[in-house]
Write a protein that binds this ligand. Sequence first.
Ligand code: NAP
Length: 263
Amino acid sequence: MQLLDIATYFTSESDVSRVAKGRLDEADLSRLYAYPPRPRRPWIRANFVASIDGAVTADGVSAGLGTPADQAVFGVLRSLTDAVLVGAGTVRAENYGGVSLPDDTRRARVDRGLDELPPVVVVTASAELDPDARVFTDTTVTPIVVTTAAASADKKKALSDAGARIVEAGETTVTTGDLLGALDGLGLHRVLCEGGPGLFGQLIADDAVDDVCLTVSPLLVAGSAGRISHSASGAVRRMTRAHVVADDDGTLLTRWVKHRTEH
Ligand SMILES: NC(=O)c1ccc[n+]([C@@H]2O[C@H](COP(=O)([O-])OP(=O)(O)OC[C@H]3O[C@@H](n4cnc5c(N)ncnc54)[C@H](OP(=O)(O)O)[C@@H]3O)[C@@H](O)[C@H]2O)c1
């Protein structure tokens, strides 16, 4: 992977100007994707992969769009975060499991003051999740379900029995304010939202997205796949380009941060 472009960079203490043009290793990528130092509120970063023609899935799942460079950055982003935030639709579609990271990455996280592994935080109004889903059965960290008071008590109990921590953050729906408050209350400030389009669309509509990492996969897929965001009403948010990284297979890795004047 090679750095093509680095633009105004203002979210990190680390000296990214030392990331020279040339081959990037994992340490370089960690510097490029660093969160702001000690965020005092949840910093919402979203990570998506899309095809050249804007599809969010190929054959129904995002893995169909993945490339080695996308996978490498996906791992780096997980290594930097306090929590992986996902909507229930993505958990249902992608058979999500808990986050696993190599031993040396886990040790490096602890050295930097992070927990060894970040929990998965699932947002669901309905609590309609399968207690046998991998997110509950294939994890070493307690998964967190952010849901509503109105969701079925039986469903919430079943998820709790399956090992989840249940956080009620809203009556019939989880507003963005409820969600940010819940993350803040849990001390989860470096947030990595891995989708899906419904959750991301709501966060955009409510102007809560600080940072977008978008991989453009070198594929055209046509068909009827959706985009990386959707919401009931449109919202235009200006972003500033942070960097563009290219891999030999044509993959482009882009990072965008909320426009400076909106900070
Ligand atoms: N290309 C990529 O990088 C990428 C990444 C992620 C997902 N995807 C794809 O996206 C598709 C899923 O799309 P989606 O829009 O259904 O995903 P989603 O945003 O993960 O799921 C939507 C569901 O999440 C819950 N939810 C989201 N926001 C909520 C809120 N604020 N309050 C309460 N509940 C909330 C609701 O679940 P309940 O119905 O349970 O209440 C809602 O029905 C899948 O095909 C997946 O493969 C692609």
